[in-house]
Every structure is written in C-alpha cells, then in structure tokens.
Write a protein that binds this ligand. Structure first.
Ligand SMILES: NC(=O)c1ccc[n+]([C@@H]2O[C@H](COP(=O)([O-])OP(=O)(O)OC[C@H]3O[C@@H](n4cnc5c(N)ncnc54)[C@H](O)[C@@H]3O)[C@@H](O)[C@H]2O)c1
Length: 342
C-alpha cells in the first residue's frame, strides 16, 4: 500500500482495476474534477481515491488523496478490507479481457464474475449503500440474428464466457440495487479506441493498433478486411460516461440500472483514411490489410453499431467522428506512446 489517506469528510472513492487503461484515466479525471455527488445528491469534495488492482497503479505519487492497493478482486476478504464500511463510490473495472477469459474459463469466471459478487458482498456490509458504477460490455450481445445496430431493447445473448460474466454482473448489480444494498449504474461499453500501450488480448485490439502504430511510425498488419465495421468510443468519452453515470440521480435511472453506450461506427478502411488525414508531418507506418479468418469471424459476429438512447438522454454522448477519435489520441497520448510512458 502506498500514499496517505485523508481523514474527515468528502467522498471516499474506490476504483477496481485502477491500474488499468480506463481506470487510471478515470482516476485522473475524478482527481482533477475534485468533487462528486454523494448518495444524498450533495456535491462533496474528493477525500480519497483508492486504486485497487492486481498490479500496483503508478503515476499518482504526487497526489496525497490517492492510495494504491495491490490485491485480487477474486479474494473476498481482500475486497471487503479495501472497500471497508464507508466507501461512497465504487467504480468496478477490474476484469480480464475477452480473448483471455475465453482461453481460461476458470480465471475468467473467478475475476469477471466472482469479483463482481465480492464487490456486492462488501457493499452489503456498508452503513450507506454506495454507488457502484460497473464496466460491462457490448459482449453481452451476440449470436446469429443480431441486428447491425444493437439498442437498449436488444435481448442479451452473449456468445462468450466474458460476455456471460458481464451479463451476470449486470443482473446481480441490478438485483442488489433493487434490494437496496447499493446504487448500481452498469455501462455497456463499446470498443474503446485508441488504447495506449501494447496490443492486448481482446479480439478488437486491432481497432486501436491500426491507428496507434502507424502514427508512431510502426507498420501494422490489420487482421480484418477494410469493410469490417466496429462501434468505437474514445477514452475521453468513456471516462466522461463513467462520471456522468455516477452523477445522475437514482430516480432518473429507475428500476433498470443498465445503460448501453452509443459508439461511433467506423470501418477499418475509414480508420485508415482518418489516420492519413490527421497525420500532419509524421512519417506513418504502413497499414496492410491481411485478414485472419479467426479474427474476421469473431468481428463479423459483433454488432457494428450501438445506439444507447437512454444513456444519450442522460447526457452521455458519443464521439462526433472517427477523425475526432484519432485527434484525441494525437493530443492526449501520442507523445507518451512514442516515449513508452503508459
Ligand atoms: N477497453 C475496452 O475496449 C472495453 C470494452 C468493453 C468493456 N471494457 C471493460 O472495461 C473495464 C476496463 O477495461 P480496460 O480497457 O481499462 O482494461 P485493462 O485490462 O487495462 O484494465 C483492467 C484492470 O483489471 C486488473 N485486474 C485483472 N485481474 C485482476 C484481479 N484478479 N484483481 C484485481 N485487478 C485485476 C488488471 O490488472 C487491469 O489493470 C474492464 O472491466 C473491461 O472488461 C473495456
């Protein structure tokens, strides 16, 4: 454990998966913002942000409000100890990603399902039901007969163990919310792009790599055809979505605490064109389309659009264009990516 805890009033925030790609950005945004709304609907300063992850979150040494805790979300006692009895807000992001969960069923269920149960059990012991904002996924949709664009009304028919665990997590959190153990807000995320760092084990990882690598001057083999379409959301927008979902009054959400987030749909060919349009003076790496049948089949099975009218009505917005997604990456992350600072 590192960092010092501030005692006294204000919001005590915990981010599980707080060392991850979205978790770290979310933490920074919450710290910069400096306040969140408590269970009573009153704006409170941020007293502490605990970043709980299997690996230690780095880069927060200069903020005394931050505590980093290394531990396993699948360990119920550890989760109870980190959340304590007085967490105001829990952003539950700890997970292993799609392909990894598919390869290792036991690990996937332990982290992606048991981990969520552990958060719920810890919340049950608290005097005031905490707000819990959960990172679900459009992987809850799947199978034949899926419309090109999924909506709030599309039935959930996950076809992967990852999607099943996320769907179960949503249902368990909705139930716990109904029972008054906690105040849940579950967000179904489309693919977040542009991801920084190295490619991960998600079957969608190319949607970030084919923007990121060429802008860093690295050649990229794209494992799908130029016509392959994907619903995307930028890191900026998804962090805004987490905070907006946290801030919305429970009454506006009603009984059903799950929100589908609208993505911006772009084909791989359109992503390539946006990279070319926004390259400036940079010497780009080559983008070569070399479809891999396995990846192509997985991507073809996904909806190419997500349209979340409920989330939009609550003020959660999608990116305006694929160019905006590329520009946000250039503005926010390209220098760090080139320098290997992620
Ligand atoms: N990035 C996307 O495109 C996307 C899309 C849909 C849903 N999501 C969901 O959003 C959340 C965050 O995604 P991300 O892109 O930041 O992923 P990420 O892999 O960068 O972050 C997940 C974090 O969870 C941590 N973790 C893994 N096992 C753990 C364990 N046993 N105990 C504690 N922590 C553990 C990892 O170390 C990692 O830091 C995840 O729940 C993911 O399923 C992401």
């Amino acid at each position: 454990m590192a960092g010092a805890e501030i005692k006294g009033g204000g919001m005590r925030v915990v981010i599980t998966g707080g060392a991850g790609f979205i978790g770290k950005r979310l933490a920074r945004q919450i710290l910069d913002r400096g306040h969140l709304t408590d269970a009573a609907g009153v704006e409170q300063p941020i007293a502490s942000v605990t970043l709980f992850d299997i690996v230690e979150a780095t880069g927060f040494d200069d903020d005394p409000r931050v505590t980093t805790v290394s531990g396993d979300i699948a360990d119920r006692a550890q989760v109870a100890s980190v959340l304590g009895t007085d967490a105001d807000s829990i952003f539950h992001l700890a997970a292993i990603v799609s392909a990894h969960a598919e390869e290792d069923y036991d690990l996937g269920m332990r982290i992606n399902l048991d981990g969520t149960r552990n958060v719920i059990e810890a919340a049950r012991g608290m005097a005031t039901p905490p707000k819990v904002v959960f990172a679900s996924s459009v992987a809850v949709y799947g199978g034949t007969g899926l419309p090109d664009t999924v909506t709030d009304e599309t039935p959930i028919t996950p076809q992967t163990s990852y999607g099943v665990a996320k769907a179960c997590g949503e249902q368990l959190l909705n139930d716990a919310s109904r029972k008054g153990f906690l105040d849940a807000r579950c967000l179904r995320l489309p693919t977040i792009s542009v991801r920084t760092g190295k490619p991960n084990r998600a079957a969608s990882t190319w949607a970030s790599s084919m923007i990121r690598e060429p802008l860093c001057g690295v050649d990229m083999d794209v494992p799908v055809s130029p016509e392959s379409a994907m619903a995307l959301m930028s890191p900026r927008r998804v962090v805004d979505a987490f905070i907006t979902a946290h801030e919305v009054a429970a009454e506006r959400l009603g009984d059903w605490r799950t929100l589908l987030l609208s993505g911006f749909t772009a084909t791989a060919g359109e992503m390539q064109a946006a990279v070319l349009r926004n390259r400036g003076n940079r010497k780009l790496g080559a983008i070569n389309f070399r479809p891999d049948p396995k990846t192509q089949a997985i991507v073809d099975g996904w909806p190419s659009g997500t349209s979340g009218a409920r989330a939009e009505a609550l003020g959660i917005h999608t990116d305006a264009s694929i160019d905006e997604i590329v520009r946000h990456f250039i503005e926010d992350d390209l220098d760090d990516q080139i320098q290997g600072r992620f």
